[in-house]
Design a protein around this ligand. Structure first.
Ligand code: UT7
Length: 325
């Protein structure tokens, strides 16, 4: 049977120039390189320069993804940008990126699912493409979390960083079998009962301020592995695949301990796990495309490889996307 599949035809990423190491942070709050590495695996994070905003990061990642896909900006009809740190309350940062790419047709909008944002945006793009609403979609995850951190709170400020990643997703005719290239299945979940465990204590309607990120880290950690494994098992149930069939596990990069524990629980071999959290910390919606781009550029991910993407974050929100490269 002939079906439309959403295939990823190129990816790109961007990290701001300025690097903040664990030792730099130890001069700002009561922490140490040893504690941060041991508890999270993070060695450094990138921080946007003064005046550098989320759309700047997103634009650079988008240009690199378009170039990798061999596409011109004018080929794109939809831009879906995942962020929890937009340039402005409105317009959507996606619309700013659209204008800066010189695109005046089609539609652009933001998706807000915090650390799960990229998985939500990619799933939305897949639904648009399969419904015939889009032929070529630019999906971006971009964040400047440095702007919503409380730099006096050592329990949160050591964990996050700024960055962006993007993919070009295109409609392609396929057989409708698991051997097809493209997105094979995706599973999204959310549960607002967990709001207080990870949130920002400000917003236009509530406080008329931007606010700062607040997190009960231990509580988030407690839920993370179970939620991640649940949505991955949903993908296995939908396709008949198991961990053995995966070529690469490309998880949200929040904490190496969460990544390792999830892989272990699912029986995914450590050599199949793509981990970049040590280089950029938790970049929220940008973390999956940053890790994906790293593994594509260094030659690990090859055509027809089976990739499992997953994320979990504020809300709580969580989700998985299984795709063939
Ligand atoms: O994208 C999704 C969003 N977030 C996450 O995925 C994060 C999930 N949570 C985590 O990654 C971990 O819970 C953390 C890395 C945040 C913390 O690790 P933990 O092993 O859960 O540590 P903890 O919160 O239980 O804290 C242990 C100790 C505490 O001291 P006491 O109470 O034992 O005396 C903290 O006060 O470590 C202390 N601590 C620190 N010490 C040095 C907390 N932050 C720091 C710090 N440096 N930066």
């Amino acid at each position: 049977m002939s079906v439309i599949r959403s295939t990823v035809t190129g990816c790109g990423s961007y990290l701001p120039e300025k690097v903040l190491t664990n030792n730099d942070l130890a001069k700002m709050v009561d922490t140490s390189d040893e504690w941060i590495v041991q508890r999270t695996g993070i060695q450094q994070r990138h921080v946007a320069a003064e005046g550098e905003v989320t759309s700047d990061l997103a634009l650079e990642a988008a240009k690199r993804a378009l170039s990798a896909a061999g596409r011109d900006a004018q080929d794109i009809d939809t831009i879906i940008l995942a962020t929890a740190t937009p340039d402005n309350t409105f317009p959507a940062t996606a619309v700013t990126v659209q204008a800066r790419l010189g695109i005046h047709h089609g539609a652009a909008f933001d998706v807000h699912a915090v650390c799960s944002g990229f998985v939500y945006a990619l799933t939305t793009a897949d639904a648009y493409i399969r419904a015939g609403l889009s032929r070529r979609c630019l999906v971006i995850g971009a964040e400047t979390f440095s702007r919503i951190l409380d730099w006096t709170d050592r329990t949160t400020c050591v964990l996050f960083g700024d960055g962006a990643g993007a993919v070009v997703v295109e409609a392609a005719e396929a057989d409708g079998s698991n051997a097809d290239r493209g997105i094979l299945t995706s599973h999204l979940r959310s549960d607002g009962r967990h709001k207080e465990k990870l949130f920002v204590d400000g917003g236009p309607s509530a406080t008329q301020t931007v606010g700062h990120l607040r997190m009960e880290g231990r509580e988030v950690f407690k839920h993370a592995v179970g939620m991640i494994t649940d949505v991955i098992e949903d993908a296995y149930n939908a396709t008949g695949y198991t961990s053995e069939d995966l070529d690469w596990f490309i998880p949200h990069q929040a904490n190496k301990r969460i990544i390792d524990a999830s892989a272990k629980k699912l029986g995914i071999a450590p050599e199949k796990v793509v981990t970049t959290v040590q280089l950029h910390g938790n970049t929220s919606a940008a973390s999956i495309p940053l890790a994906l781009d790293t593994a594509v550029k260094d030659g690990r991910v090859k055509k027809n490889d089976l990739l499992m993407l997953e994320a979990m974050g504020g809300g709580f929100t969580w989700g998985s996307v299984l795709l063939r490269w």
